[in-house]
Write a protein of this length. Structure first.
Length: 248
């Protein structure tokens, strides 16, 4: 049975190895990228991170790999692919089920605090349940959620994290539609403060009216921070935005 709606079955396989990047290598040579999550990685830190911070992130990455190798290597897996079933490197993008075993692998990793939810357009099936599991792990301070390096950022804390994948939460100060794009501004100066930009709301599965109604609402978004005036996240699918935030 599929772990979430919107998934299609792919050929089963047996895991031969787990790469340092967390990719599952199957005996038939297929490489499987775990859909809808991001494992700890050195790129979680900005270039000026301290040696201690790099050591801590490396330890979280090692813990995630250790868990994957312990439960996956030598065992059969069932693959369920989202609409986008391959990434640009030709790897299978899949939700993975081990039975007998831990069951839904993504849920296991998220629930243990060994990964963050990180969806993308066409590969976000199961996000609702995974986000709830992530919130519970964060509240319980399990795994990486016990480390301030992985705490959700306030909008005013985003500048040092440019170039990294972050979860940002705060109150939308203003919302505007400009030449088809929607901007959610989190500070008084849109030239410097954190902003969420939705370039094509309809393609992202979001209604313009609903986005504009987020003004004065407390929300949570996730994605890669890049500098455009101030720090910005480009929102390209609805699952990356949480209008009902589970605090923790």
């Amino acid at each position: 049975m599929a772990p979430a709606a919107g998934l299609s079955p792919a050929a089963d396989g047996v895991v031969r190895a787990v790469g340092d990047d967390g990719v599952l290598v199957l005996e038939d040579a297929r490489r499987v990228r775990l859909a809808a999550l991001r494992l700890p990685h050195a790129t979680d830190l900005p270039p000026d991170a301290s040696a201690d911070e790099r050591t801590r992130v490396a330890a979280w990455a090692g813990a995630a790999r250790d868990r994957l190798r312990a439960v996956c290597v030598g065992r059969p897996v069932r693959l369920w692919t989202p609409r986008v079933a391959r990434d640009r490197y030709g790897r299978v993008v899949a939700q993975v089920v081990l039975s007998p075993g831990v069951g839904w692998l993504q849920a296991d990793l998220i629930g243990r605090g060994l990964a963050r939810v990180a969806t993308m357009p066409g590969a976000a099936a199961g996000a609702d349940r995974l986000l709830r599991l992530e919130a519970r792990a964060r509240i319980a301070r399990r795994g990486l959620w016990d480390d301030p390096l992985y705490a959700p950022r306030a909008p005013t804390e985003t500048w040092p994290w440019i170039g990294t994948f972050q979860i940002v939460r705060g109150t939308v100060r203003d919302a505007a539609r400009v030449r088809g794009r929607v901007y959610l501004n989190f500070g008084p100066d849109w030239r410097r403060d954190f902003t969420v930009m939705v370039e094509r709301p309809r393609d992202a599965g979001l209604a313009v009216a609903d986005l504009l109604d987020l003004k004065h609402q407390f929300i949570q978004v996730r994605g890669w921070l890049f500098p455009t005036n101030g720090p910005m996240i480009a929102l390209d699918h609805s699952e990356a935005l949480e209008a009902h935030v589970i605090l923790g």
